[in-house]
Write a protein that binds this ligand. Sequence first.
Ligand code: GLN
Ligand code: ZN
Length: 765
Amino acid sequence: MTLAHISGYPRIGADRELKRAVETYWRGELDREGLEAVGRELRARHWAAQREAGLDLVTVGDFAFYDQVLDLSVALGAVPPRFAAEAEVAAGEVDLDTAFRMARGRAPSGAPAAACEMTKYFDTNYHYLVPELHAGQAFRLAATRLFDQVDEALAAGYPVKVTLLGPLTWLWLGKEKGEVAFDRLSLLDALLPVYGELLARLAAQGVDWVQLDEPALVQELPPAWRQAYEAAYSVLARAPLKLLLATYFGGLGDNLGLAASLPTDGLHIDAVRAPGELEAVLDRLPAYKVLSVGAIDGRNVWRADLALLRERLAEARLRLGERLWIAPSCSLLHVPVDLERETELDPELRRWLAFARQKLDETVTLARLLDGRATAVDHERLADATAALQARRDSTRLHRPEVADRLAGVEPTDQERASPYPRRALAQRRALDLPLFPTTTIGSFPQTDAIRGARRAFKAGELDRDAYEARMEEEIAHAVARQEALGLDMPVHGEAERNDMVEYFGERLDGYAFTRFGWVQSYGSRCVKPPVIVGDVSRPGPMTVRWSEYAQSLTERPMKGMLTGPVTLLQWAFVRDDQPRETTCRQIALALRDEVADLEAAGIRAIQIDEPALREGLPLRRSEWAGYLDWAVACFRLAASGVRDATQIHTHMCYSEFNDIIEAIAALDADVITIETSRSDMELLDAFRDFAYPNEIGPGVYDIHSPNVPEVDAMVRLLVRAAERIPAERLWVNPDCGLKTRRWEEVEPALANMVAAARELRRRF
Ligand code: GLN
Ligand code: ZN
């Protein structure tokens, strides 16, 4: 019998119950027992769903109030001393509030401290808390949460599989801290006994299978790390239970032999991202091992082609017999919870989708189909999936010949500005008449309660379109007037009309769809609701022109138009799986190109195309970076290049690693790039200097995440440092990022100081 299981289930709840409970607890309006009760209730519900669907094992260990990587760090005793006294860790029961303080810097109890760093989990939009590692660090079992959860599941009578991040990926995701330089891999020997203890305890509870996630195996690993896998797993293999080594988010590539040969009882592979590796894995898999094939897409919302999968996996079933397991490719944490809730989604589209709950059914049905023990329900699901996918392939919603034709007609020159930067700069200087060190902002101004209220009322039908637009115009007028008063050289309209920088554009582009409850955890209690790119993307009409034009009518200064870039619009959505990402991105780029042209025609002399997601689109393997960057850069250029020399193209990115992609950043050929730099003390600009970055740069001079008003002197100092690296004629003055999360009371004095700093620089240069 082919066993069906999952790597993990979304824990937020179909109504984001977890978010509400955790936030209420943080506010002190729910006590600890109340919070724990919500956790128990959600786990019970999710295990029940797994059993109801017919999975053979329920997965324990995927639950966390904040982050599962954080919970593991706590369980391993990797709690930095600023959060907990040695005694708390030694007692083996680190408090939940300690974990919350690690995540957020504060919790209902305990002294605040600087939170741990948070970053994206591989190439997902899920953020984990980075384990802080110190030279010579000791580990000890310091939390019993996992064991309690196992007991809960066992008490409910479920067959349990536990999932945990493996020791090497945990170290891989960690970061060396402290004065002493060391290699975090050196901590492995100290770490393994704690894993051993943990596994022994699970075995004593009656757990048969533990899944150790090692997604680091889909990346290029230094030789020492590859060797460490062998050493570590030969130790872990002594645990008195069975181990499933889980890899996902990509193919194993040159780690395939290693992963197949490690002494575990099973291997899980991602057959969605790397369908071509199945064959090779089958050839290399030792005869005693189980192979868990991740066949159902855990990263996207499309319904599985069960007929095709049955065909593709028939050979594996034949060769492996009972040693074949079926699962989603990775944890279902990365997809929304339940499609059943989308009662307002148009039925045609709904039929093409599967969320986490539906993916459980798909997993079970596929396993039973492979065994030839499919029930009537399975056959119905199979037939329905086949019909739905056929309908999807044939749908006019997917394919718009005019979009394909236009894409086919794109010439290389469409990705080139008419003249090289130095010539454009001259034309822009004449057209814009800006001072040295021109001041600007990144786009958004505070999203006030009044703005949100108006948007809600408009959506609810309580405010008609005219009234709503009048309200937005008022906000824009207000933002423009304040910028003029502050003396900003290049104002923006403030983005009052935008709920979100992706959703706003998605709602105005053909080919995008939106769900009502399609929430996915992003970090902690924060969830995002990515749109779904369903079909060919095109622009039915101007999206932003009306607002920018209005804003420009209020001022003589050059108003900066504001767009979200093609890569970001792609990256922050669920993308269609029937064509390469690159093709979808180029379609978006063409739609934006038209918007850029319309803005220019409406008299907008500077247009910013934000690409904050450019970097996160990088493939997990460095060997694939160049291919991605090629098309990502081409898409940006396609969107941006249709303008005259005198029209200034800006872009904005807010992260702090440019070194390894500086060439691609330069290849964007934006006239101006604004970046986040204030916290790096301008050292980030070294990469731009060393590369001899040719165009203009606006290094952020203050951190917008903090409510503190930056001092003039501090910003002058940063700008002087910037001018040591970049010629003054090519420097702009701006904050790190948009100001929508701040309040006007903070923004006004901050920008007043920023303008004063720019004026001081002008005096000095
Ligand atoms: N223009 C956007 C804003 O100011 C940019 C947001 C971002 O970089 N993430 O809000
Ligand atoms: Zn930003």
